[in-house]
Design a protein around this ligand. Structure first.
Ligand code: FEO
Length: 170
């Protein structure tokens, strides 16, 4: 069973995954309005993935005797400047999520909640993949610089992008 404290921490994580989903959804909409079809596709998929991360937490919290709560969220930003700025924001956001997951893992160890600790290892592995994928895209954009043809090819590549394999379901 979850302690009240760990339940609260997991609900905070639910909020963060939901917030990530909405953030990427807003980025997807921006990219779509600017005609970046590959970037748009990538971001809609990313928004779906974050929602799946949230739902996974819902099941765990409720199965362990807690109550998973749907959070109220502030609207995300609507303007992201450029494709490069957008992906820098994705990377910063994923680093924030990783820090929060680490804090949560730490709380579980302090509370000797090894079941939740074990469950969270899936998220630890997932964050490694998400940070890596954002960093790879930023590296490519750095290479492209101000070359419009390069940006066109970058966008086209993302149309065929297959999302990184998620770690096996916990
Ligand atoms: Fe579910 Fe990208 O953090």
């Amino acid at each position: 069973m979850l302690t009240k404290e760990i339940e609260k921490c997991l609900n905070r994580q639910i909020e963060l995954e939901f917030e990530s989903s909405q953030y990427y959804l807003s980025m997807a909409s921006w990219a779509q309005r600017h005609g970046y079809t590959g970037v748009t596709k990538f971001l809609y998929l990313q928004a779906d993935e974050e929602r799946a991360h949230m739902i996974k937490l819902f099941h765990f919290v409720n199965d362990r005797g807690g109550h998973a709560l749907v959070p109220a969220l502030a609207a995300p930003p609507t303007d992201f400047g450029s494709v490069k700025e957008l992906f820098k924001k994705v990377f910063d956001h994923e680093q924030l999520v990783s820090r929060e997951i680490n804090e949560l893992v730490d709380e579980c160890l302090k509370a000797k909640d090894y079941a939740t600790h074990n469950f969270l290892q899936w998220y630890v592995a997932e964050q490694i993949e998400e940070e890596k994928s954002a960093q790879t895209l930023i590296d490519k954009l750095e290479m492209i610089g101000n070359d419009k043809g390069g940006l066109y090819l970058f966008d086209r590549d993302l149309e065929n992008f297959a999302p990184a394999q998620e770690p096996n379901a916990a």
